[in-house]
Design a protein around this ligand. Structure first.
Ligand SMILES: Cc1cc2nc3c(=O)[nH]c(=O)nc-3n(C[C@H](O)[C@H](O)[C@H](O)COP(=O)(O)OP(=O)(O)OC[C@H]3O[C@@H](n4cnc5c(N)ncnc54)[C@H](O)[C@@H]3O)c2cc1C
Length: 283
């Protein structure tokens, strides 16, 4: 069943790149950068994975031609990680060749824990070849992050730190918010100490305030990191941070395959359900 897009429009910028452009421009005009995410995950057919690579390549070119301040975020399962690891790596490298040619940047989103190690392995190899054109995401709730973050930070990798959005069992991930917040702070410190430009991805006031104090107390300049938030959430906070002189970036998803992303946002916070309901009743 195709659900009406009106349900998702609070969190998703449009079903096509063209329909998302005005929203990206509006953010850029406020000095907020963007990372664009073509929605979709868990591709099972090689033809779909290859088509996705072509769409991403076109997207990198469209961003450049439209003069947008935007990078892209991708999921390895869109490039065939569920089909075969080497096949996925080959697809990623085709995309990264183009990113390097255009002097652009590709962030590899982190998915469920079945894919964490594979994603980190593929990233590490790609980072040796493509350096500043590729980055990764680390989830604070995973127990394995304790060692992964140090290894990635020692490489000087470009890391986005988030709490983690997937439902994971207790043996794999922390389950309560105070513990996840403490882990987030510990890992942020590692990134601030060892990596050139940490990306702090959260809407959580406690963490945002903590980052502001920690960086001020440790003489870490506002130009040395950025805050990231999701499209449709905490827009005023994002503008305020930008006006305070922090670097900011919004993750802007678009595309027709919006349902899994939309569902994760609804499960995350009950308030998001009200956002959606209120959107439906607004013109
Ligand atoms: C840019 C970006 C990229 C991401 N990439 C990934 C990824 O690759 N893989 C992955 O697993 N996850 C990713 N995530 C999702 C992330 O893991 C979390 O699931 C998500 O951000 C929710 O956690 P939170 O820290 O933002 O706040 P939450 O834990 O949802 O909320 C904590 C507190 O923040 C405040 N708050 C939060 N939202 C609002 C709001 N809308 N209005 C008012 N107050 C609010 C409230 O005080 C709330 O109690 C990403 C998130 C961002 C922002």
């Amino acid at each position: 069943m195709k659900l009406p897009f009106i349900l998702a429009k609070r969190f998703v910028a449009g079903e096509t790149f063209e329909s998302a452009v005005s929203k990206i421009k509006a953010l850029n005009e406020k000095q907020i950068k963007v990372t664009l995410d073509l929605l979709g995950e868990n591709v099972k057919e090689k033809t779909t994975a290859e088509e996705t690579v072509k769409v991403y390549i076109r997207l990198l070119n469209d961003i450049k031609e439209a003069g947008l301040k935007s990078t892209i975020s991708i999921k390895l399962t869109m490039l065939g990680l569920d089909i075969d690891e080497q096949y996925c790596r080959d697809n990623l490298y085709v995309l990264l060749d183009e990113a390097r040619k255009l002097d652009s940047f590709v962030r590899i989103d982190m998915e469920g824990s079945d894919n964490t190690q594979k994603t980190i392995d593929i990233f590490k190899e790609a980072f040796q070849i493509y350096g500043k054109h590729v980055g990764i995401v680390i989830q604070a709730y995973l127990h394995s992050t304790k060692t992964d973050i140090v290894e990635l930070a020692d490489l000087g990798a470009d890391v986005r730190l988030c709490k983690g959005a997937y439902s994971e069992p207790e043996r794999v991930a922390l389950q309560n918010m105070p513990a996840i917040r403490e882990a987030f702070k510990e890992y942020a410190k590692v990134l601030f100490e060892k990596t050139p430009y940490p990306r702090i991805a959260t809407h959580d006031d406690e963490l945002v305030e903590w980052v502001k104090s920690y960086t001020a107390e440790n003489n870490i300049g506002k130009a040395r990191f950025e805050f990231q938030m999701l499209y449709g959430l905490r827009e005023e906070t994002m503008e305020q941070l930008t006006n305070e002189g922090y670097n900011t970036r919004v993750y802007v998803p678009y595309g027709t395959m919006w349902f899994p992303y939309f569902k994760r946002r609804l499960l995350e916070r009950k308030e998001n359900v009200w956002f959606v309901l209120s959107t439906m009743f607004k013109k």
